[in-house]
Design a protein around this ligand. Sequence first.
Ligand SMILES: [Zn+2]
Length: 254
Amino acid sequence: MASLVLAPVAMAQPLTAEEQTRVTRLIQAYPDFLARLDGKELVWKDGTRMPLTHNATRSYSARLDQPGLLDQLELPYPACQSLNTPSFTFDPGRTRYEPLFFKMYGASAREVRSHLEPVNWFGQTVQVTGVNGAAASLRAVANEVAQHPELLRYVHPSAGTFLWRKVAGTPRQSVHSFGAAIDLNTAYSDYWLWRGFKEGQPGIRYRNRLPLALVQIFERHGWIWGGRWYHYDTMHFEYRPELTSAATCGVSAP
Ligand SMILES: [Zn+2]
């Protein structure tokens, strides 16, 4: 009987064609884990099913705290595009459905740590997850940056990669927890929180000192940049191949 009661709810809002495209990109970006789309569910290779829903809450911060998987996919990431001041609350990739990340990268510091690999970051050894090819991808970024000596001062020293922690002042797990993020040289970094603004408020003044050429190298290798967010964090890159890739950047695989 329960299924008869629930069926109309589950059927109420089928995925739009656009949403189906976004879910398909997600599945293609994580082929080691994800298998297929089935109605309003994401099906994993191990048979796990995750609901494809939105959080209907109107508050920006509440939606970030408890997003549905469709919220994570909602904003198109402007991969490899020119540098622009992000519009109000445009934070593509900042919304994360945490069960997806916990299941891929690990649900505890100990579990994540078991997947970490050392990456030589211009003489500094940083620890990055081997899951989904993230560490190999960061090595490819380093190789490409090394061909542009004028970019070295922005990337080195790295301010950190793996650290199991919440995002400052929030209940959200930082992507640094999964070993899938890197912070660059703080000497050239700008971060909305350092400038006294409150999350979700209008009028956060944008600031960035990183060159587009550097951002695009990361983006071609599957790393999104916190400098494309209204809540900007310009030292921060995270591995999100469902949002950016060589193909998204309109070039053949590097
Ligand atoms: Zn960061």
